[in-house]
Design a protein around this ligand. Sequence first.
Ligand code: ATP
Length: 238
Amino acid sequence: MSTLTVDGLTVGYGDGAPVLDGLDLEVPDGAVVALLGANGAGKTTLLRAVAGLVPARGGRVLLDGADLGGLRAEDRVRRGLGLVPEGRGVVAELTVAENLRLGALWRHRGSARTAAVDAQYELFEPLARRRDALGHTLSGGERQMLALARALVAEPRVLLLDEPSLGLAPLVVADLLGVLRRTAERTGLTVLVAEQNVTSALSVADRGVVLSLGDVVTDRPARDLAADPALRHAYLGF
Ligand code: ATP
């Protein structure tokens, strides 16, 4: 069964040629799917279109079979879509705790909100130690962790992540993707993660999807993709 279905999605900017041209994609329930492709392939555009942040010229996005067409980004969040954008979007002037409570605002009230925030501290121990630190004082890794925790605290069905490893040291990347993998396994969360860091992404993903020129050129089990030098060379440049 698919949680997220993208059906014939066409997206472009202004009067320009489409960036995504009739793209089809199925993200299976509870799977971690790595979205790969060269710079400019359209990964960010796909995530933003699914989240409702750029309008579609055509096609559909379905969440649990329901068409999200016409729904604004905030309504898509209420339906269960979470987005961690590239550049992270942590509020620099708020503390870690305040950022997390903000993430939980519409989902939980009162003591349930506190419990949901505490659950994130258990997953992301460094955040527990830094709960009173302001966003702008965090390291790159802590900031990315906070962005992820802030999305998870709202208990999305599907989490969309754009380049979570950007600018992070390899060990921090491994940690972060590991938490993502364990969270998906424990909660049944479905994940679509765009990554330039192909090896790390495929090491935690169930499937690897490669975009090129605005369309899906391959959608394979992550293990097969990682082991296929011809595919890697053709589409991923190594
Ligand atoms: P990257 O890894 O570099 O972020 P990407 O695969 O995420 O690449 P997109 O950012 O979706 O790719 O870009 C796809 C194409 O859309 C590129 O040609 C880009 O120049 C164009 N594009 C992206 N955002 C805009 C925008 N706001 N206005 C006009 N064109 C855009």
